[in-house]
Every structure is written in C-alpha cells, then in structure tokens.
Design a protein around this ligand. Structure first.
Ligand code: HEC
Length: 111
C-alpha cells in the first residue's frame, strides 16, 4: 500500500463514521425502540410503562438519581428483574456513539 492509498482509506473511514453519526436520528430511534414503554416524552405513562412502574424521566429528581454510567449500562445490558429481562439489552443494536446520543436524549427529556 502506498501513502496515497493509506490516506485515502483514512479519509474514507473518517467520512464513513462522520456520516454514520449524522445519519442517526436519535428521536426516531427513541420512538422506534423506547417509546412503547418509556413514552414519547419519557414519562413512562404507557400501558407497558405503567405495568413496569417506569420512572418519569421528565422529573429533575429522577434525572438527578441516575448517573450517565447507569443510563449507558441499562441501554447496553438491559434491565433484569428476578432474572427476567424487563428491558432488552441494546448493545447489539446501537454503537457507543449512538448510545451516547440516546443518553443525551434522555437527559434532554428532563429539561
Ligand atoms: C419493554 C419495555 C422497555 C423498552 C422497550 C425500553 N425500556 Fe428502558 N427500561 C424498562 C424498565 C422496566 C426499566 C427499569 C425501571 C426503570 O428504571 O424505570 C428501564 C430502565 C431504563 C433506564 C435506566 C434508568 C436508571 O434508572 O438508571 C434507561 C436509561 C432506559 N431504560 C432507556 C431505554 C432506552 C434508551 C430504550 C430504547 C432503546 C428503552 N429504555 C427501551 C423498560 C423498557
């Protein structure tokens, strides 16, 4: 491989990842994968959310109790209660960057 090829590959990788990050519509992802339990506004006031007694992410005190690490962990590994998944793990569905975007989205629901 000559230097030109290498810099072309580096550029392609850079542009590729920048595009992937831009292509990600975090609000659409929330609606597609999270809304049915957590509700569009993060209130958790859906049929499923009520049953699972979800926290209301609009509330500042709820936001204050969750660390960024806990939020990322919940999205990646899911949530289990009595050995059963009450929320699925999304590590396979989203990249780390996308999970960071979801974290920011959840934080914004509290503002
Ligand atoms: C099948 C229902 C369901 C779906 C779908 C779902 N969740 Fe959850 N989620 C839960 C349950 C149950 C909990 C645990 C109870 C709680 O924290 O309110 C939870 C907890 C969380 C937490 C943990 C907050 C904390 O207390 O540390 C985060 C963050 C979260 N969900 C984000 C998401 C995101 C992002 C999506 C979509 C990619 C999603 N959830 C999809 C049911 C769901």
């Amino acid at each position: 491989m000559n230097t030109k090829t290498i810099s072309f590959l580096a550029l392609a990788t850079f542009v590729g990842s920048a595009l992937a990050a831009e292509d990600f519509d975090v609000a659409a992802a929330w609606v597609k994968d999270c809304q049915k339990c957590h509700a569009e506004d993060g209130s958790g006031l859906t049929k499923k959310g009520r049953k699972l007694r979800l926290k209301d992410y609009r509330k500042p005190e709820v936001q204050a109790k969750m660390t960024d690490e806990e939020i990322v962990k919940a999205i990646k590994e899911g949530v289990k209660e009595d050995g059963e998944f009450t929320m699925n793990a999304y590590a396979e569905d989203y990249t780390d960057e996308q999970i960071t975007a979801l974290l920011a989205y959840i934080r914004a629901l509290g503002k």
